[in-house]
Write a protein that binds this ligand. Structure first.
Ligand code: ZN
Length: 314
């Protein structure tokens, strides 16, 4: 039986080339077209394939060219077209400064202000803790932002640094959630690829109980690891977002955190919205079958209600 339709929210999409800075060559941006599902997504994020990619056995150029192709399609018009074909009502657009700035996603959201929701990204280049606080306050004075994207790996910021701690504290004061990358970033070539793995991230999530964290990729990007989810389960301020991981990881997130703390995301254009929804749904069906839960209830929570609660749309 198909579930009853719910207005779906995609908690994780991008505009522009957020990975710029991971590679030297510039890409031609703003192409018309549809994002194609990549090999990993088509394999449902097969753990053996992930291991080959993250260990460097497969050449990084494969990943980089696929990321660059995706970025060339990452504009507001193509995102709306993708949302229409996948049946998605709203998408959050996540900047990663300095590569894609808050102002750029704010502009892109004007294409459809009811459907595209911009978030903040702090530009850490040369920023003191006071600068971090001031940037967030300035943005909030200009637009009713709901949350902040933080990508320790691409932004090359240790999540336990003073500037990062200021980010978490200011977010809590302003009532903003933080969506933080969780896992490794295989297209990065240095140690910063691992700044968001569990052992770096978990103590931070625990030390800031008044900050609401949405951990992207359920904390397992290119690093499937149920231990991270087991630890996240005890932290009530923490949610898991489902992009870039397979149904096994999503099933673990549902089982360990509960459907009230799992949120759908696609990471478009680095994942497709249609295939991300299909991987999510196969995990939800399995979860409901095993746990004897109601499919419509879980769909409603994971695809819509949990996101709208954080966006203060309920
Ligand atoms: Zn992303």
């Amino acid at each position: 039986m198909d579930p009853a339709p719910v207005p779906i929210v995609d908690f994780h999409t991008h505009i522009g080339d957020v990975c710029r800075g991971c590679y030297r060559e510039q890409i031609v941006s703003d192409t018309d077209g549809q994002v194609k599902s990549h090999l990993l997504e088509r394999s449902s994020y097969n753990p053996h394939l992930i291991r080959l990619v993250s260990s460097g056995i497969l050449p990084k150029s494969l990943l980089i060219s696929s990321a660059q192709n995706a970025a060339s399609l990452a504009n507001g018009k193509n995102l709306i077209a993708s949302m229409d074909s996948a049946g998605i009502e709203k998408s959050l657009i996540l900047p990663i400064a300095p590569f894609v700035q808050t102002q750029q996603v704010l502009e892109a959201s004007k294409e459809a202000p009811d459907r595209l929701i911009p978030l903040i990204s702090v530009n850490f280049d040369g920023a003191s803790p006071d600068d971090v606080k001031n940037q967030i306050e300035d943005y909030c004075n200009r637009f009713p932002f709901r949350g902040i994207k933080f990508h320790p790996n691409i932004q090359r910021i240790d999540p336990s640094s003073h500037v990062a701690r200021t980010l978490y504290e200011t977010a809590a004061q302003k009532g903003l959630f933080i969506i933080v990358h969780g896992g490794i970033t295989p297209i990065l070539f240095d140690d910063s690829r691992k700044l968001a793995v569990g052992k770096k991230l978990l103590p931070i999530l625990e030390a800031h109980p008044n900050t609401t964290f949405v951990v992207a990729h359920a904390g397992c990007y290119f690093n499937p690891n149920n231990k991270v989810l087991e630890n996240m389960a005890g932290l009530k301020n923490v949610y898991a977002e489902t992009s870039g991981v397979g149904p096994d990881t999503i099933f673990s997130a549902l089982s360990l955190l509960g459907p009230e703390r799992v949120i759908f995301g696609s990471d478009w254009p680095y994942g497709t919205q249609t295939q991300s929804l299909s991987l999510l749904r196969s995990a939800i069906y399995r979860f409901c079958l095993i746990k004897n839960d109601d499919v419509n209830r879980v769909f409603q929570l994971v695809q819509s209600d949990n996101a709208n609660r954080l966006l203060k749309c309920q």
